[in-house]
Design a protein around this ligand. Sequence first.
Ligand SMILES: Cc1cc2nc3c(=O)[nH]c(=O)nc-3n(C[C@H](O)[C@H](O)[C@H](O)COP(=O)(O)OP(=O)(O)OC[C@H]3O[C@@H](n4cnc5c(N)ncnc54)[C@H](O)[C@@H]3O)c2cc1C
Length: 284
Amino acid sequence: MGKVAVIGAGPAGMAAAVQLVRQGHEVQVFEHGRVGGTLWNAGLVENYPGFPGGITGRHLAKLMEEQLYQYIDSIIPEKVNNIKKIDAGYEISGEIYDGIILCTGTIAKKAEFSGEDEIVEAKRLFYGIENLEHWHGAKEAAIIGGGEASMDMALSLVEAGMKITLIHRSEPSGIKSLSDIAKTEENITWLQGNVGRGRMHENKAVLALDNEEKAFDLVIVAVGREAVMPEFEGFDIDEPPAGLLIAGDATRGGLGQTAMAVGDGVEMAMIMDRFLRSKNEDNK
Ligand SMILES: Cc1cc2nc3c(=O)[nH]c(=O)nc-3n(C[C@H](O)[C@H](O)[C@H](O)COP(=O)(O)OP(=O)(O)OC[C@H]3O[C@@H](n4cnc5c(N)ncnc54)[C@H](O)[C@@H]3O)c2cc1C
C-alpha cells in the first residue's frame, strides 16, 4: 500500500481521499481554504444525484466533509506551493509521498477595472459568496458578469435579503432552469454596461458604469474561472510522471460540475491504486 497526498478538498479531492482510504492507502489531504471548495458558491444544486428537489451547495459541501472525516482524521490546512519529483516519489514540504492526486480546482478571474484592488482591500469586493454568512449588513450588491454563476449567486444573495444589480457586458447566458427564475426575480435589476473603474467612498464601493456612478455595499465579480495549480519541480505538468494524477475542475477550467469532479476523484483514486500495487510488485 502507498502514501498519497490529495491536494485540495473540494468534491474531487474528497471523493479521491475516501476511495484511497477504502483501498487501504495512507492519505494526507491538504486544503488551504474551506473544505467543499467552489461548491460553497453554488445555490441550489439540482443535478447531483441522490437529492430529489436539489440541495444547496453549502449543505452538500458539509455532507461531503462529514463523510470525509469518517475516513480520515485530519487535514493539513495549508496551501501546497511546490511539488518536487524525487527518485522515491514526490516531496511536499520535506515529506515524501508515493503518489499525488491534484484536485486544486479553479480560481475566479478578476474583472480587471482600475480601482478593483482598492475595493478588495476594503473588503467590499469578493470573487465568490463562500463567506455569505458574514455579510449581514449588506443590502445592495452588484454582481459583475452575465453567466450562469452570476445568476446563481444573485439568487443566493436575494435569498439572503439583498437587492442585486447584475451588470453584464453581453447578452446574459445561463442554463434555462436558472435563468427562467433569475429573469423574473423582482429583486434583480439587469444592467447592460461596462465597469470602467471603481473606488471606495463612505464605506461603499462606487462603480463607474459607462456614463454614471453607482454605490453598492458589496460587489461580487463572476466573470469566469480558471484552473489553478502549485509549482512543479523536476517535471513538466503537461507530461505528468507516473504517480501524479489530476482530477476535477483543475482539468476543465470553469466548465466542470460536481458530479464530474466526484467521478474524476474516484477514477483517479482507482488508477492510483493500480499504480501503487504494480510499484509494490516491482519492488518485491
Ligand atoms: C456559482 C456556482 C454555481 C455552481 N453550481 C453548480 C451546480 O448547480 N451543479 C454542479 O454540479 N456544480 C455547480 N458548480 C460547479 C462546482 O462547484 C464545481 O464543479 C466543483 O466544486 C469542482 O470540484 P473540484 O473539487 O474539482 O474543485 P473545487 O471545488 O474548486 O475545489 C478545489 C479545492 O482545492 C483547494 N486548493 C487549491 N489549490 C490548493 C493548494 N495549492 N493547496 C491546498 N489546497 C488547494 C481550494 O481551496 C478548493 O477548496 C457551481 C460553481 C459555481 C461557482
